[in-house]
Design a binder for this molecule. Structure first.
Ligand code: ADP
Ligand code: ZN
Ligand code: ZN
Length: 731
């Protein structure tokens, strides 16, 4: 046996055993050692005893440093071979170290549920069938149908069944040796163009050429206004990647956008496309994940966590709507899928494309200092023109349920032209407050420091921060008056009023309450895509990436809250949101019109946003960030802590603050806080935070590593929760 093998005595017999290091899905930043009778390759899953449970772990090292303590034996080896290659491990290790996360937890977020639970990969692999001779002719309609189906390339049984082939027919053709069966790895996924793409315009062509002619690692920022044809650039770059026999990974910000993306991609390419997001049935998700890991799926479309899918022949990464906040994981360990896309492309030595009409300031700064190459698409593709924009001052205008006469007139004439209108209000529910007319009492969530939102249909008061639900009260608990007002508007109330005002036109509400799944969204949007006149009412869900051909009017109801917000990122977020919403208008031949209702028509941010391209607005914001040394001109980290009692939160944050006092004194770090979180109480827990800034990312990282160790090893009071967020995106 191997020289590094550890010898362990058990009773009378002496067994030769391997000591293996295993990463487990537990919140401890270390590996665990076990004994195994046989060698296990790193990257294989094993079942092991842990406390009184069994856990599924992944082997990190075989023959790891012999451990002196008494080791337990593993229960079962699950994988015969590692499910991913070295490059994947490079990504997992980088992630764990950069975001201060246990490797086992990073692996957990990479694996779909059923694989985390230890099911074998083979459960999710299908057999493939292929013609033995392309010119084969068969007897009868049934057999011919099967051969015809296979002419476009190998297929799985499920695909053949969809093509109305029976098991019996397939069996007969196998016997006749007109069709051959493959195991999953034998089949080369075919890859053909099924649609002749539009001729790229000059800017698109320049982008496509630059990307496809690059070799090795390169990162591209496609800064293209809404409707400028960024997707076409992705498709052409993917075509090039597939032609090299490689796989392409495409990240989209929302589950809701995957059907639309899948549809466009499968209309272009006849090849296997894997879709990875949490809204899928578990089995289907595993099948797609395994097909990506086996190299069979040539295109992988997914949301945030798809960044961790094993993709052995990775040749291109696309991050669409790269500015979107949903790329940042907000609980568990706080990774950014967009930032990891850059790291992963570097490991794979392939291009990565970040695309947006409203690029993040981080990416713009990266482009400015030459880390990314910026490609601009400055005009709408296919002849569409940019919409006209008008501000409506609500201080002077009379309003009906939040809608000004100007807005209602525009909606009427839009519908009369047979077109579609979109009303944007970034607040779901009926109204954001329930208030007593007499004493001014407002219904507040008992567990948070926020008002309840009224939800009319279910007669509920809902806290949008902790999801506490109470029945609507009809009497003020303070003065017993029965005159309670629903103050202000949300999507539900606007929808109700629009239905009353335009009874002959369908009104479709799109928000988190009406749209719980991608399928539901698709159903809701069917009417919109059919093209008949209708009114869409919705939250920011509507602002993301949708392509509505017949929407020509966009009415924006509440942008003011974003102009008042104190967070240093608010001007960026507000600018992005408004630009994206406006971008839904007039995306095809029909001209678009945008009305923005505001009580701050002279606000400098609003003025500069509407009078010039987003790019110029963004460069103004960047200059300001630079002046104040804020990200991206410094690196930031945020320590968050929460506990039912405020003084426990304070204690933890002061401990951290004191620990860094020296570094602060020497100018290595800047601290801000401790301070209450923007939502100072949530779910009955007090929340506090402490900001860290440094001009050097490495220095910040070492400091956070040390802080992480300190807090991990400190005897903090029970029930205290804390986390360190590297590159936080919200406070
Ligand atoms: P973006 O992703 O930048 O918002 P899309 O890729 O969705 O824009 O393109 C908007 C519309 O323009 C789509 O209907 C697309 O098919 C069309 N389009 C894109 N490029 C071209 C082109 N070169 N010629 C004609 N139409 C195009
Ligand atoms: Zn009252
Ligand atoms: Zn609450």
């Amino acid at each position: 046996t191997n020289s590094a093998t550890n010898t362990q005595s058990i009773g009378e017999t002496t067994l030769s055993a391997h000591t293996i290091a295993v990463a487990l899905p537990v919140p401890l930043k270390r590996n665990f050692h076990y004994l195994s009778d046989s060698a296990v390759s790193p990257g294989c899953r094993v079942r092991v005893p842990f406390s009184n449970r069994e856990l599924i772990g992944t082997v990190v090292e075989d023959n790891s440093t012999p451990h002196s303590g008494e080791l337990k034996a593993i229960i079962e080896i699950i994988d015969e071979a590692p499910f991913a290659n070295q490059r994947w491990w490079q990504l997992i290790n980088f992630t764990a170290s950069y975001y201060l996360a246990p490797i086992g937890e990073v692996i957990s977020s990479a694996l779909p549920k059923n694989l985390r639970d230890g099911r074998p990969l083979s459960n999710y692999r299908a057999d493939w069938f292929q013609l033995t001779d392309v010119n084969a002719v068969a007897k009868g309609v049934q057999q011919q149908r099967c051969l015809d189906a296979l002419r476009s390339g190998p297929m799985e049984w499920s695909q053949l069944r969809e093509a109305k082939v029976t098991r019996a027919t397939l069996k007969r053709l196998l016997e006749l040796e007109l069709v051959a069966e493959y195991d999953h790895l034998g089949a080369e996924t075919p890859c053909r163009l099924t649609q002749s793409p539009p001729e790229p315009n000059a800017e698109q062509l320049a982008a496509i050429t630059a990307i496809t002619q690059s070799t090795g690692f390169s990162s591209w920022l496609i800064d293209g206004i809404t409707g400028s044809g960024k997707t076409e650039v992705y498709l052409r770059s993917i075509e090039h990647c597939l032609a090299q026999g490689q796989q392409a990974l495409v990240l989209v910000p929302e589950i809701a956008l995957t059907p639309q993306t899948l549809e466009r991609f499968s209309a272009r390419f006849a090849t296997r496309i894997a879709v990875l997001h949490s809204g899928l049935a578990r089995g289907a998700r595993c099948e797609d994940w395994v097909s990506a890991a086996d190299g069979l799926a040539r295109i992988i479309i997914g949301t945030r966590s798809a960044i961790f899918a094993p993709i052995p022949k990775l040749g291109l990464i696309v991050v669409d709507e790269e500015h979107d906040l949903s790329y940042k994981q907000q609980d568990g360990f706080h990774y950014s899928a967009r930032d990891l896309a850059i790291v992963r492309a570097k490991h794979a030595q392939c291009p990565v494309i970040l695309g947006s009409a409203t690029p993040s300031l981080e990416s713009l700064a990266n482009a400015e200092r030459g880390a990314y190459q910026r490609l601009e698409l400055s005009a709408r593709a296919g002849g569409a023109s940019s919409p006209s924009v008008e501000l409506v001052d609500i201080r002077q205008a009379s309003r009906d349920t939040g809608l000004t006469m100007a807005a209602l007139d525009s909606i009427s004439s839009c519908l009369a032209r047979g077109e579609q209108a979109l009303v944007f209000i970034n607040r779901r529910g009926y109204s954001p407050a329930l208030m007593c007319q007499h004493c001014g009492w407002i219904a507040d969530c008992p567990a948070c420091t926020r008002h309840f939102t009224v939800h009319q249909r279910h007669q509920q008061l809902v806290c949008h921060h902790c999801d506490v639900v109470e029945p609507v009260t009809h009497r003020c608990p303070q003065c017993f008056s029965q005159q309670l007002d629903r103050v202000g508007e949300g999507t539900e109330r606007i929808e109700e009023r629009l239905i009353q005002l335009f009874p002959d036109t369908p009104t479709i509400r799109i928000d988190r309450d009406t749209t719980r799944s991608a399928q539901q969204l698709a159903e809701n949007l069917e009417l919109v895509n059919n093209g008949q006149p209708c009114i869409l009412v919705g939250t920011q869900m509507l602002a993301k990436g949708h392509h509505f051909e017949r929407v020509t009017l966009v009415v924006v109801l509440d942008i003011d809250s974003g102009l008042y917000a104190a967070d240093f990122r608010a001007p960026e977020r507000t600018g992005q949101l408004l630009t994206q919403v406006m971008g839904r208008a007039g995306r095809a031949e029909l001209a678009g019109q945008v009305l923005v209702q505001t009580s701050l028509p002279d606000h400098p941010l609003l003025q500069s946003l509407l009078s010039q391209p987003y790019r110029i607005y963004a460069s103004m914001l960047l200059a300001e960030r630079q002046r104040f040394g804020q990200p991206p001109f410094s690196a930031a980290a945020l320590l968050r802590a929460d506990h039912p009692h405020q003084h426990q939160v304070d204690q933890c944050l002061s401990l951290a603050r004191n620990f860094c006092a020296n570094a602060v004194q020497h100018g290595v770090l800047q601290c801000q806080g401790p301070m209450p979180a923007p939502l100072a109480m949530r779910n009955g827990r007090q929340r506090g935070q402490l900001w860290f800034f440094a001009s050097h990312r490495n220095k910040l990282h070492s400091a956070m590593q040390a802080l992480d160790e300190l807090l991990t090893n400190s005897k903090l009071v029970g029930g205290l929760r804390w986390s360190i967020d590297i590159d936080p995106q919200d406070s």
